[in-house]
Design a protein around this ligand. Structure first.
Ligand SMILES: *[C@@H]1O[C@H](CO)[C@@H](O)[C@H](O)[C@H]1NC(C)=O
Ligand SMILES: *[C@@H]1O[C@H](CO)[C@@H](O)[C@H](O)[C@H]1NC(C)=O
Length: 494
């Protein structure tokens, strides 16, 4: 959230560009030696699913609108689809720490029952709550940061919440590669390691997302510190952003797995003027690249078509798969397939089998063909093709290759099954609503749109994640979170 990072690419430099830096602040309270504690294995195995209030409310966040979002997550079927986290972003605190306890105090005008009171209300709905924090001296909006107060804040968060972010003292930044070439030992990483160590000292498992915008080669050390890490600057509701974040992410997919996720930032569905096709691609890509998915809009304003997108059971099942932790990877679709940026063809494995995802990055509808033999783990065929958006098989069987027409900026998602193993009863990937898929589905065949049975309301995703008694996540910037019936939230770091 908060802040523009367009110039921050790749390495080094997590310095003054991030909000304003403070070169003079003396930071005390840091661990004598940089903690080496890793993230909890009791939470965060699969990418988080939830909501973050920043895009909808900014600094206008309050217990009222957080609780409203939590109730909407239930009433709109998001919880049933697997969404769990309700995350508070910046601006929840008073501007000064309590001078006696040095703790951060929730703003009583926004949170009359404190964060702990709100957390209890959210937990009563069966959801989890997260909060934003900062790995600097101040948050992006000028509230207390956690640098030097990690132990106090982690303990506070463990009693109700968390915190960390943007104003990074200049001598805590990096302007060059660390001597041993391991960015885990960079000043940037050490700031996050302070909070990781403080969180590890709490009895409650806390999911920790690092918001470092792709700086300091975070993908190389993120899994040693937290469960997920932001790969680029803040989102915007534009097609160019969606494609740029995919571009910056796909080269680092090999760092992902269970407890290790590249965070592509919040969903922009519901914001701006993205076409329905672009929204489909936005959601699908975040699913098949296994980014945390935090809806970033006023949920009450989402249309039925948008709700159908973000609750697509097949895509969420891939995202939350408990057996295969890796994301989908780009593959060369055929000998004649052009090289594009971002790539258009991806394949990956889930408990259900081998999947193919295709994005049409072009500005007009186009025919897309892939050879089955070019898909890792597949051969010539014959295959049955299951359309994950429609929740139904495409009629017929296919050998050699498959061709589909994809609308401009739209995407298709398939489960490719050996035809001999064909079965029509793939209930767990059946989408719960057909309205949006039929109206936006411009691809493939006709068979799928007519058969939108709607059995499965709870996906395997929700089942697997609810079995983990913890909290995931982050928000926008980095965060820690936790959960459980008695737990509270998470923090985000910026
Ligand atoms: C930055 O300066 C402060 C104040 O002198 C000091 O406590 C801290 O250790 C320094 N940080 C680094 C990474 O050298
Ligand atoms: C600071 O914390 C103490 C202990 O919880 C509390 O009694 C006091 O009222 C707090 N001060 C302020 C200004 O909130």
């Amino acid at each position: 959230m908060l802040f523009q990072t367009s110039s921050l690419v790749g390495l080094a430099f997590i310095s003054s560009v991030l909000c304003s830096s403070d070169a003079t602040t003396t930071v005390t309270g840091l661990a004598a030696s940089a903690p080496t504690a890793g993230p909890s294995k009791l939470t965060g195995s699969v990418p988080a699913l939830g909501w973050n209030g920043w895009n909808a409310y900014g600094c206008g966040i309050s217990a009222t609108n957080v609780l409203a979002a939590a109730n909407q997550m239930v009433s709109l079927g998001l919880q049933a689809a697997g969404y769990q986290y309700v995350n508070i972003d910046d601006c929840w605190a008073l501007t000064a720490r309590n001078t006696t306890t040095m703790t951060i105090t929730p703003d009583p005008s926004k949170f009359p029952k404190g964060i702990s009171g709100l957390a209890a209300d959210v937990h009563a709905l069966g959801l989890k709550i997260g909060i934003y924090s900062d790995a600097g001296t101040e948050t992006c909006s000028g509230f207390p940061g956690s640098l030097g107060y990690e132990a106090i804040d982690a303990a506070t968060f463990s009693s109700w919440g968390i915190d960390y972010n943007c104003n990074v003292p200049s001598n805590w930044s990096d302007s060059s590669t660390p001597q041993d070439n391991d960015w885990y030992n960079s000043n940037s990483a050490i700031r996050y390691r302070q909070m990781a160590g403080a969180l590890a000292a709490q009895s409650r498992p806390i999911q920790f997302d690092l918001c470092i915008w792709g700086n300091a080669n975070v993908w190389t050390w993120g899994a040693r510190v937290g469960h997920s890490w932001r790969m680029a600057g803040d989102t915007s509701a534009t097609w160019s952003y969606i494609t740029s974040i995919i571009v910056s992410n796909v080269q680092y997919l090999s760092y992902e797995g269970f407890y290790a996720h590249n965070d592509m930032d919040m969903m922009e569905i519901g914001n701006g003027d993205l076409t329905i096709e672009e929204q489909r691609t936005h959601f699908a890509a975040w699913c098949f690249l296994k980014s945390p998915i935090l809806l970033g809009t006023d949920l009450s304003l989402l249309s039925a078509a948008q709700i159908a997108i973000v609750t697509n059971a097949g895509l969420l099942a891939f995202h939350q798969d408990a057996t295969y932790g890796a994301p989908a990877f780009p593959f060369t679709a055929s000998a004649s397939a052009p090289v594009t940026s971002p790539p258009e063809y991806y394949s990956g494995q889930s408990s259900k089998g081998i999947h193919v995802f295709i994005i049409n990055i072009g500005d007009s509808a186009a025919s897309k063909t892939f050879s089955f033999a070019n898909v890792p783990s597949l051969g010539g065929g014959p295959y049955t093709v299951h359309d994950m958006w429609a929740g139904a098989d495409v009629s017929g069987t296919f050998t050699g290759s498959y061709t589909v027409t994809v609308a401009a900026h739209d995407s298709v998602a398939f489960l490719v099954k050996p035809s001999t193993a064909f079965t029509s009863t793939t209930s767990s990937v059946v989408t719960s609503t057909s309205s949006s898929t039929s109206s936006t589905q411009t691809s493939t065949t006709s068979s799928k749109s007519s058969t939108t049975s709607s059995t499965s309301t709870s996906t395997s995703a929700s089942a697997s994640s609810s079995a983990v008694a913890t909290v995931p996540e982050y928000g926008q910037c980095a965060g820690v979170g936790y959960t459980g019936s008695t737990g509270k939230f998470m923090t985000f770091f910026c």
